[in-house]
Ligand binder design. Sequence first.
Ligand SMILES: [Zn+2]
Length: 158
Amino acid sequence: MNPCPCGWRGDPNGRCRCTPEVAGRYLRKLSGPLLDRIDIQIEIPALTSTELSARSSATGEPSAAIATRVSAARARQLARQGKTNRELSGREVDEVCRPDAAGEALLREAGDRFGWSARAYYRVLKVARTIADLAGAEAPSGSQIAEAVQYRRALTVA
Ligand SMILES: [Zn+2]
């Protein structure tokens, strides 16, 4: 989605002409219950044409390596619970997504601070479990919980 009606909010060259009120009203149109269902929310800043062309000469990890890791994470989920993390029920989340002690504390604190619904809480746990699966970890760690929490925090209404 665009960050504001004109789409240029946050542009370093100041091309956005929306007032904070207009941009806030635009974001608030997305209702809480709708945002609640979007597990991963990431803010992507606009790039200049120079930055774009620099990125086209790929320097990152090749897609094939990422695909292998994703495939291994999925296989791990199916072997552990017979379904993907997304398909876990609340009770199953309690069983297989349990973070370590540091992760548990962080999760409780974030849930209190941001006033999460039970649904939001379970969704963060599933994302954290997936991050742990991608890393081949036994249980979601504090930093993996923190990463999952961060993915839920991008769209804030100023
Ligand atoms: Zn704008």
